[in-house]
Design a protein around this ligand. Structure first.
Ligand SMILES: [Zn+2]
Length: 173
């Protein structure tokens, strides 16, 4: 049985399932022991069990990149968004632990998506109406200390924009 044991995320699981050896690092060992039940080896390849899915083939980082590219911009690719991309790759029967994050990253770097994607000039959140609770709430005179130990007086208008500034000694009123 030929098992790929090149160093990647699968190596500890393959070692544990085939030889029974755990990583030297205690935390890694604990993690692998705890989650090894999700994985199984078939014909020299690591597979992950799903809850309601067939066994998912575990991919190396290089294979993962290829799978993302194939599903996102391959022949049948439709430049779908990150979450859907990860879901579709999983539906194709593949798995690796960081697939969601990698898919998002992949879409963010896709040139076609950047150039031809829909432009949504919408704010991320609902807009709120801002109103001062009392007149001049946003304006007034402020005193700032300066690096040379003095004070600086700044007067702000109601829209909080500096329209007048002067240096000098400070009244401490
Ligand atoms: Zn794209």
């Amino acid at each position: 049985m030929q098992i790929d044991t090149g160093g990647n995320w699968m190596t500890p699981y393959i070692r544990f399932l085939s030889e029974g050896t755990l990583p030297e690092d205690a935390n890694d060992a604990k993690r692998v022991k705890k989650t090894a039940g999700w994985y199984t080896i078939l014909n020299g390849r690591l597979y992950r069990r799903g809850y309601s899915a067939p066994l998912l083939k575990c991919l190396t980082p290089e294979e993962a990149d290829y799978a993302l590219a194939e599903v996102h911009l391959g022949l049948c690719g439709s430049h779908i968004g990150g979450k859907n991309l990860a879901f579709n790759v999983m539906r194709q029967g593949f798995y690796w632990p960081t697939m969601k994050r990698d898919a998002m990253e992949f879409v963010r770097k896709c040139e076609s998506c950047q150039v031809h994607g829909n432009m949504t000039h919408q704010p991320h959140t609902e807009l709120h109406y801002l109103q001062s609770p009392w007149p001049l709430r946003m304006g007034g005179t402020y005193y700032w200390s300066t690096p040379n130990g003095g004070w600086m007086e700044k007067i702000y208008d109601r829209r909080y924009r500096l329209f007048y500034e002067m240096g000098g000694s400070c009244p401490t009123r």
